[in-house]
Design a protein around this ligand. Structure first.
Ligand SMILES: NC(=O)c1ccc[n+]([C@@H]2O[C@H](COP(=O)([O-])OP(=O)(O)OC[C@H]3O[C@@H](n4cnc5c(N)ncnc54)[C@H](OP(=O)(O)O)[C@@H]3O)[C@@H](O)[C@H]2O)c1
Length: 280
């Protein structure tokens, strides 16, 4: 199995990255350092996570060359106007102490159909946001652009508007996803695959704020399947995602879990087991 997925603009993105939401300060620095030492080369961050300086420090300490890394960041949804997006991108670069970001995403959509943090009067047209992202790309501050938390209609709109390809849609997706999200489903996976947009699964281990997700790693079907492969439930949960051509960004602050989550490229789920997992 490939360790990278091709992007529609000719680049590629590692199949696995380190998720960093909620990791801050020393904890973030340590987790990032361990991850890089283990072999992770993709770090997923965001302006809103307030941890980019810690990530920058960890990268410096490992001495890994910038060109060997794939760094994702995101512009927060209250900063999607042209000027604010340009300014936030500069802030992200300052915090990461980098000249460019590999992948810049709009963190959440901001349009009339989607809840905006500050109400409908503050909605920014997608044209304006994407004009800013195209400009950031034109001046070389970002290699690839993408979106996050977009459904099919919004992706189609973005593709029509943007001169620069929309390469990635980062969304909530995991084994029990159908229970807790109307927006993200197998239909979205199929759409992204067909339209050359790489889908990245966040919350791939179903942790945290997804109400239906808690406890997926102890599901008896998943644990039984994992045992047959000599793998852990987390490894099978991640493998189920990447076998669909979807990239993953699991977060961990544990060195053992970080290592475990990387060891998902040396086995393959049988058709029967995939079918069983599809029904969880
Ligand atoms: N674009 C967006 O709107 C958006 C939204 C949410 C998240 N994200 C991104 O997606 C990343 C991942 O999502 P997430 O952090 O919510 O959740 P997640 O990766 O699904 O789960 C993280 C949790 O799983 C545990 N874990 C990790 N590896 C494990 C293993 N092998 N076995 C057992 N438990 C394990 C971690 O605990 P330990 O620390 O103890 O390992 C942590 O509590 C975020 O960090 C962020 O980068 C993006």
């Amino acid at each position: 199995m490939m360790t990278h997925e091709k992007l529609s603009d000719g680049g590629d993105i590692p199949m696995i990255g380190l998720g960093t939401a909620g990791l801050q300060g020393d904890k973030c620095e340590q987790a990032t350092k361990w991850a890089l030492e283990i072999g992770y080369r993709h770090i997923d961050s965001a302006w809103a996570y307030r941890n980019q300086p810690a990530i920058a420090t960890a990268i410096k300490q490992t001495g890994i060359q910038r060109e060997d890394l794939f760094i994702t960041s995101k512009v927060w949804r209250d900063y999607l106007s042209y000027e604010k997006a340009l300014r936030q991108c500069n802030e992200i670069l300052d915090q990461l102490q980098m000249d460019y970001i590999d992948l810049l995403l709009t963190h959440w959509p901001c349009n009339a159909n989607v809840r905006s943090a500050k109400g409908p009067e503050n909605v920014v047209p997608l044209e304006e946001t994407l004009a800013a992202f195209n400009e950031i790309h034109r001046v070389g501050k970002v290699k690839h652009i993408g979106v996050s938390n977009y459904g099919i209609d919004l992706i189609k709109q973005a593709q029509e508007i943007s001169a620069v390809p929309i390469t990635v849609n980062q969304v909530h997706f995991h084994l029990s996803d159908r229970n807790c999200s109307e927006n993200v489903s197998q239909t979205l996976v199929d759409f992204c695959l067909k339209s050359n947009v790489v889908m990245t699964a966040y919350c791939p281990l179903a942790s945290g704020w997804c109400p239906a997700g808690g406890g997926i790693l102890t599901h008896p079907t998943l644990t039984a399947i994992a045992q047959n492969y000599g793998k852990t439930p987390a490894q099978v949960a991640l493998r189920w995602i990447i076998e669909q051509g979807v990239t993953v960004i699991p977060r961990s602050s544990s060195q053992d879990h970080l290592r475990e989550n990387m060891e998902i490229f040396d086995f393959e789920l049988s058709e029967t087991d995939t079918a069983r997992l599809n029904t969880l």
